[in-house]
Design a protein around this ligand. Structure first.
Ligand SMILES: *[C@@H]1O[C@H](CO)[C@@H](O)[C@H](O)[C@H]1NC(C)=O
Ligand SMILES: *[C@@H]1O[C@H](CO)[C@@H](O)[C@H](O)[C@H]1NC(C)=O
Ligand SMILES: [Zn+2]
Length: 410
């Protein structure tokens, strides 16, 4: 057929590079701010946080989703790096391990100053955009990292923490995690305990973004109701497209809309398609759905790169963001909507959180619940109960003797 050559040329122009070129043009002005990346965890598990060994050079780092050339190719201009310590460190060395992950993020910024700049506010993010560096922020993943202490929360804020995920995949003594909704864990706090409410209020006062990835639906609703600032889901997708409890259900998406909050879509196959395999197009379906239910202002990206074992075809590493943006343009997202999803929505939330914060207000003084105090502290703070007999064999012998004497047996 004589017409076919130009028809195919037209199809090629409209479906191929045109959208990809447009994506790059937009991203040169508005790079992506991603909500959650676990490279610091990889640096711990691969190199025990030694950044100076040759294999750990971030310019040539292999076998990870993230390295400097991939970040550059992906137009990543802002990243919440995850300071994560597993749930089995809860009530053990969680605080120390969190500090070490914050340290490795800060050393990354120090060792590669031409690529990364550690920032702690929205103005810093905008400045980094202008300098062409990756604005690097600390997100602490899991409320167990504060060890039920507002003093630790405040100190982590001073060390740069700008979001705290209220739980990882375990309850804290004050907030419930998503496994409560599968029935694998028991509900303990009915959303947020009294202390959990103090944590949220103190986060508002400090200017720490409340992150509701990983929490139970009751905790999502309690935090959305209580917080005076918008919140984020740093790496969660839409429940109505994949019925996984890590995802956000539609009634919560409506609360997200009402509060001006933000859902940063997770790319993990298991949350995208509920299967081992997934595609870039299915991730775009999640973005479309959240846009439809919560509004274009509620959409962001939280790839979970280097935190997951399976990623969609077409989104294998951090260099692939422009392909996802091209897909949104193909789906007729406007340039403003795309810029929102890339960075402006997060910046809006971050600025609102900064507005709400008030360092002139006195800090919350909710004491550490006595039951959470380690035995050693309990004695120190005068919470001591009966002398701990098993740690004092002499005392045990003495009291046994008293009892036996009293019974006239000795
Ligand atoms: C990483 O490797 C590059 C060369 O590939 C080198 O220029 C750079 O100094 C190295 N960076 C560090 C921090 O070792
Ligand atoms: C919430 O929904 C309204 C009405 O659909 C819309 O105008 C608004 O932009 C939405 N908010 C966000 C944050 O997208
Ligand atoms: Zn996570």
């Amino acid at each position: 057929m004589r017409t076919s050559w130009w028809l195919w040329a037209l199809v090629a122009v409209c479906t191929g590079d045109q959208f990809r070129d447009e994506a790059e043009r937009i991203m040169r002005g508005t790079p992506v701010i991603d909500g959650h990346n676990d490279l610091p965890w990889r640096l711990l598990t691969m190199f025990n946080n030694r950044l100076q060994i040759e294999r750990a050079n971030l310019t040539s780092l292999a076998n990870t989703h993230t390295n400097i050339p991939k970040l550059r190719a992906g137009f990543v201009g802002g990243q919440f790096w995850s300071a994560y310590t597993p749930c089995d460190t809860q009530n053990k060395d969680a605080v120390k391990r969190t500090l070490e992950q914050i340290d490795v993020i800060q050393r990354m910024c120090q060792m590669y100053p031409e690529t990364f700049v550690c920032v702690t506010n929205s103005a810093g993010v905008r400045q980094a955009f202008r300098e062409g560096r990756v604005a690097s922020l600390v997100g602490v993943e899991g409320g167990h990292s504060i060890d039920s202490s507002l003093g630790v929360l405040r100190t982590l804020y001073r060390l740069g923490m700008r979001y705290l995920t209220l739980t990882h995949s375990c309850n804290t003594p004050w907030a419930d995690n998503w496994l409560v909704d599968t029935g694998e864990d028991k509900a303990e706090s009915q959303g947020l305990s009294h202390f959990g409410q103090s944590v949220v209020k103190e986060m508002n006062r400090l200017g720490v973004i409340i992150d509701l990835a990983h929490v139970s639906v009751a905790t999502m609703k309690a935090a959305l109701r209580l917080s005076t600032a918008p919140v984020i889901f740093s790496h969660s997708s839409a429940y109505s497209l994949c019925q996984h409890r890590r995802n956000v259900p539609d009634d919560v998406l409506r609360l997200v809309n009402q509060t001006g909050s933000l859902v940063m879509v997770n790319f993990y196959n298991d949350y995208v398609s509920c299967r081992q395999e997934a595609t870039l197009s299915q991730v775009a379906d999640h973005l479309d759905h959240i846009k439809k239910v919560a509004g274009a202002g509620a959409v962001g990206f939280g790839g979970d790169f280097d935190g997951v074992s399976r990623l969609p075809v077409g989104l294998e590493d951090v260099s692939k963001y422009p392909d996802l943006v091209a897909e949104l343009l193909r789906r007729r997202w406007t340039e403003a909507e795309v810029r929102g999803a890339l960075a402006n929505n997060l910046l809006r939330v971050f600025e609102a959180v900064e507005q709400v914060s008030d360092h002139t207000q006195s800090p919350e003084e909710e004491p550490i619940p006595a039951a959470q105090l380690q035995a050693s502290c309990r004695t120190m703070y005068g919470y001591s109960e009966a002398p701990s007999l098993h740690r004092q064999p002499g005392a045990l012998l003495a009291s046994l003797t008293t009892v036996l004497l009293g019974l006239g047996l000795l």
